[in-house]
Design a protein around this ligand. Structure first.
Ligand code: NAD
Ligand code: DAU
Length: 334
C-alpha cells in the first residue's frame, strides 16, 4: 500500500508516519509537507532512511506538485494544516489558504489520481464549546468559534461534498487535544514544560478553568490507522479519551512532575472567543472499530515530561528564530 501523508513533518503527522512504518513495514509512505514554521524534519530523523519512507517538500495548494507526487498513491491522509488557534486569531488568511483552499486542491488531485481513500484529519473544535454534562457526537451541529475551527469545518464540508458529488471514498476524524513527543511548543503542554524548564512564567489564559480532553498522540495515531483501514466510507469518527482536565490541573501536574514551584504560574488576558470545554463521545470508534486509548493520562504525561527533558537540543532548536518573535508578540506585556 502506498500512503500519501500531507503535513507529515508536524506533530501528529510525524508520530503517525513512525507508527505506520513500525506496524506495516511493507507500506510505502510519501510525506508531502510545505515545512512551515511547524514542520520539522528533525521529527523524523530516526525513520528517514527506512526504505518505505520518502519526503517531498510541497504545498497542498499547488496542484501541479500534487499531481507529480500523488502518482500511484492508494490513500491520502491529510494532516496538513495551520493548526494553532491563537495564530488564527492574529491572522486568519493562511488558515483559509491551507485548510480550506488547500483541502479542495488536494481533493481534486486525489480524485484525478484515482486514490482509493481520502482521510481528512479534522478536529473536535468544529463543534465548538460544549456545556457541562454534555458530550458531542458525530451528529452534533458544527458551531466553530475560532477562525481555525471555522476553516477546519469548511474543509470538512468540502470533503463531504467530494464524497456525495463525485463518490470519492472519504473518512473524517475529529480528535480531541493531542499531547506527546514532537509537539511544537506553541501549544499548552509543550509550552508549559519548556517554560518551566527555563524557570520562565507559565501564562495561563483567563481563570485557567477551560476544559480539554487530553489524548496521547500514539493513541490518536492508532485510531487514524483503524479509520484508514476499517472506517466506513463517508463517515466521521470522534477520537477522544474521556480524560477531561482543566488547564490549571494540567499546569499544576506539569510543575509537580518537574519539581517547580506553582509561583511560576501567571494568569494572563484570556484568548478571544476562548472555548470553555471540548468533550466528545467516542462511542462510534470504540464500538465499530474496537479502538480504545491504551495510555492513561498519568503515565502519558509523565513520559511526555521525560521526553521534553531528555530532548533539550530539539527544544532549543524549536524555541529559536520565528518562535521568539511569535512569543514576544503573543505574550509580551500580556
Ligand atoms: P502541526 O502544526 O504540528 O503540523 C502541521 C504540518 O502541516 C506541518 O508540518 C506543516 O509544515 C504542514 N503544512 C502546513 N501548511 C501546509 C501546506 N499548505 N502544504 C503542506 N504542508 C503544510 O499540526 P498538528 O498538531 O500535528 O495537527 C495535524 C492535523 O491534526 C491538523 O489538521 C490539525 O487540524 C489536526 N488536529 C490536531 C490536534 C492537536 O491536538 N494537535 C487535534 C485534532 C486535530
Ligand atoms: O481540540 C483539538 C484542538 O486542540 C486542535 O484542533 C488544535 O489544532 C490544537 O491546537 C488544540 O487546540 P486548543 O486551542 O485547545 O490547544 P492549545 O494548546 O492552544 O490550548 C489548550 C488550552 O490551554 C486552551 O484552553 C488555551 C489554554 N492555553 C494555551 C496556551 C498556548 C493557555 O492557558 N495558555 C497558553 O499559553
Amino acid at each position: 500500500m502506498r500512503l500519501f501523508v500531507t503535513g507529515g513533518a508536524g506533530f501528529i503527522g510525524s508520530n503517525f508516519i513512525r507508527h505506520m512504518l513500525a506496524v506495516y513495514p511493507g507500506y510505502e509512505i510519501v510525506n508531502f509537507d510545505k515545512l512551515t514554521y511547524a514542520g520539522n524534519l528533525d521529527n523524523l530523523r530516526d525513520v528517514e532512511r527506512l526504505a518505505g519512507y520518502s519526503f517531498v517538500r510541497g504545498d497542498i495548494c499547488d496542484r501541479r506538485a500534487l499531481d507529480d507526487a500523488l502518482a500511484g498513491a492508494d490513500a491520502v491522509i491529510n494532516f496538513a494544516a495551520e493548526s494553532h488557534v491563537d495564530r488564527s486569531i492574529e491572522r486568519a488568511s493562511d488558515f483559509i489558504e491551507t485548510n480550506v483552499a488547500g483541502t479542495q486542491t488536494l481533493l481534486d488531485a486525489a480524485r484525478a489520481a484515482g486514490v482509493s481513500r481520502f482521510v481528512q484529519i479534522s478536529t473536535d473544535e468544529v463543534m465548538g464549546s460544549c456545556c457541562d454534562g454534555e458530550y458531542f457526537t458525530e451528529a452534533s451541529p458544527m458551531r466553530p468559534n475560532s477562525p481555525y475551527a471555522a476553516s477546519k469545518a469548511a474543509a470538512e464540508h468540502l470533503v463531504r461534498a467530494a464524497h456525495i458529488t463525485f463518490g470519492l471514498d472519504v473518512v473524517t476524524t475529529r480528535a480531541s487535544n493531542n499531547y506527546g513527543p514532537y509537539q511544537f511548543p506553541e501549544k499548552l503542554i509543550p509550552l508549559m514544560i519548556t517554560n518551566a524548564l527555563e524557570d520562565k512564567e507559565l501564562p495561563v489564559y483567563g481563570d485557567g478553568l477551560n476544559v480539554r480532553d487530553w489524548l496521547h498522540v500514539k493513541d490518536c495515531c492508532r485510531a487514524i490507522d483503524a479509520v484508514l483501514h476499517r472506517g466506513r466510507s463517508g463517515e466521521v469518527y470522534n477520537i477522544g479519551s474521556r480524560a477531561e482536565k482543566t488547564n490549571l490541573e494540567i499546569v499544576n501536574t506539569l510543575l509537580d512532575l518537574l519539581g517547580k514551584p506553582r509561583s511560576l504560574i501567571k494568569f494572563v488576558t484570556d484568548r478571544l472567543g476562548h472555548d470553555r470545554r471540548y468533550a466528545t463521545n467516542p462511542s462510534r470508534i470504540e464500538n465499530e472499530l474496537d479502538w480504545r486509548p491504551e495510555e492513561t493520562f498519568e503515565s502519558g504525561i509523565e513520559q511526555t515530561v521525560r521526553w521534553y527533558t531528555g530532548n533539550s537540543e530539539w527544544v532549543a532548536r524549536t524555541r529559536s528564530g520565528e518562535y521568539l518573535q511569535y512569543y514576544e508578540r503573543m505574550y509580551g506585556g500580556r
